[in-house]
Write a protein of this length. Structure first.
Length: 142
């Protein structure tokens, strides 16, 4: 029996396969898994995400205020090691990626201080990439 962390699986709607493939492979560096005409799986930092063509379900996302920003309510992402997050932020800036929320440090000096950024995929799905200097702070409370 392995002691590895469980992996999550997330299925989400997209407008089309090709723009989704380009974004997740070329911009985010994900490896493609299985695929069919109406869906495609990606290795998202060791987790399986499945993009399913369903244009009627790719609706605009509402936002809530969090630490002075309008954070999209429906989003998904991953918590990266500190240096990996900074490398991703630099790569996204270099690629002139349009940010929903620019790379920033949220909750400065408070429990749960984190680096965060938000981007949209071609179908409007919002992704958050975040990092904590100390992994023990992921679930820290005030």
């Amino acid at each position: 029996m392995t002691s590895a962390r469980p992996r999550f699986h997330l299925a989400f709607p997209v407008n089309d396969i090709e723009s989704t493939r380009r974004f997740y492979m070329d911009v985010l560096g994900c490896r493609v898994g299985r695929e069919d005409r109406l869906w495609i799986d990606f290795d998202f930092h060791g987790h399986q995400i499945s993009a399913h063509v369903a244009p009627n379900e790719t609706t605009p996302v509402q936002a809530n205020p969090v630490d002075g920003e309008r954070v999209p309510v429906r989003h998904f992402g991953v918590i990266l090691p500190w240096n990996d997050w900074h490398a991703l932020a630099a790569r996204l800036r270099e690629a002139q990626t349009r940010f929903v929320i620019e790379p920033t440090i949220r909750f400065k000096g408070l429990p749960g201080e984190q680096a965060t950024l938000f981007i949209r995929d071609p179908s409007g799905n919002v992704l958050e990439f975040k990092s904590f200097r100390e992994d023990s702070q992921v679930f820290a409370r005030e």
